[in-house]
Design a protein around this ligand. Sequence first.
Ligand code: HEM
Length: 470
Amino acid sequence: MDFTSVFLPLSFFVFIFFLFQSLLNFFFPNRGNLPLPPGSLGWPYVGETFQLYSKNPNVFFAAKQKRYGSIFKTHILGCPCVMISSPEAAKFVLVTRAHLFKPTFPASKERMLGKQAIFFHQGDYHAKLRKLVLRAFMPEAIKNIVSDVESIANDTLQSLEGRLITTFQEMKTYTFNVALLSIFGKEEVLYREDLKRCYYILEQGYNSMPINLPGTLFNKSMKARKELARIVAKIISTRRQMKLDRNDLLESFMGDKEGLTDEQIADNIIGVIFAARDTTASVLTWILKYLSENPTVLQVVTEEQEAIMRSKDKCGEEKALTWADTRKMPITSRVIHETMRVASILSFTFREAVEDVEYEGYLIPKGWKVLPLFRNIHHSQEIFPDPEKFDPSRFEVAPKPNTFMPFGNGIHSCPGNELAKLEMLVLLHHLTTKYRWSTVGANSGIQYGPFALPQNGLPIRLSKKSQTQK
Ligand code: HEM
């Protein structure tokens, strides 16, 4: 009997044994005898990815929730997941036990945005970045840029007059310019075109296959990302030489006593542009859609904004908006809230369990993804009666804690929420008081890219109101 005739069948047997064992562990982990949440994992590796992506993902989530309840397991994009859709479970994952669930993104996205960006971290480094970001975006800081935001809003709207436009595209330009203002201050105009050119190439490859070979979209994006980092490094060096005293995000990063490296600053600036632009532009696009579909709501918003305009227009001259003016817009604010609830542009977020976690008698195994489903919570009949109806008046009463999370919850919740609301209010002030718009073509569908968006980005025609219509 030679060596290979014994060794080969034996090693084959050992291989099959371990394969079987690991499959068994994977699908039926038996840690502490706790059961996994109900649900199905689908086929090995592909899991239920096709079921999720072959239809509107929200239909998939809603059907699962109906069948299994507010916590269920599934398997998508090669990862076993637990999905949760109750306010209590979302609070558990995002707030009270946040340390047990780390943020998780595909490696290609981390490379593209920058590994040292705030989203990808937990612990001390995250806390330090968060303090610096919040310092630049809290009301005290952004109060000073209201009139600059207003100039950007006016320039944007004037450039759209009389044109057939894709709302989302134009809103992206607006939110990009506001993001640059909040990061680089008024000097942003000096770098706007270069940053825009690179950022637009970067975003084209963001959802592409992560193949970094010459000619691929991913490769072009990675090159654009490097170019962006070079531009940011140049801006940092100019600021250091000129010793400018500013009140923007870059200053907050550069002024940190413990010091961030230029690379860390660049990663976080690119990250903030990414977090700030498409999100706010999607919400604005939905607002225009809902207002045009709800003329009575548009009427009361317009009246609220006209009253503010009249109160400032004492000598026939339009005065710049102030932070205080934006605090007198309760109806418009409710429209923003209701839009964020109905549209739920971020249907869910991702976390990963850093150890085995028990929740409500179920096991969430270490390494599994956990997805709080914001949209399911925002569309729960028990929490928001008649949930599909666009009804801003429901926000006359503050929603119960952990039931309304358009900006997330807990230590990773959105530090840019005040800026996002401010730029929406300012744009809506000028839009409703000076312009009319009508949607063009069919606009009942929703597309995901990755944020929920009205079909084709909502084509509209925008025109200036005549004096008598104002
Ligand atoms: C309407 C517009 C916006 C929406 C709906 C939105 C939503 C969110 C949500 C849900 C999160 C938490 C994600 C998670 O927990 O995984 C988040 C995080 C974040 N957002 Fe926003 N956001 C908006 C605008 C902005 C703006 C304007 C900025 C910056 C100026 C910004 C900067 C960030 C940053 C830096 C984070 C990461 C925070 C951290 O990891 O600690 N966002 N955003």
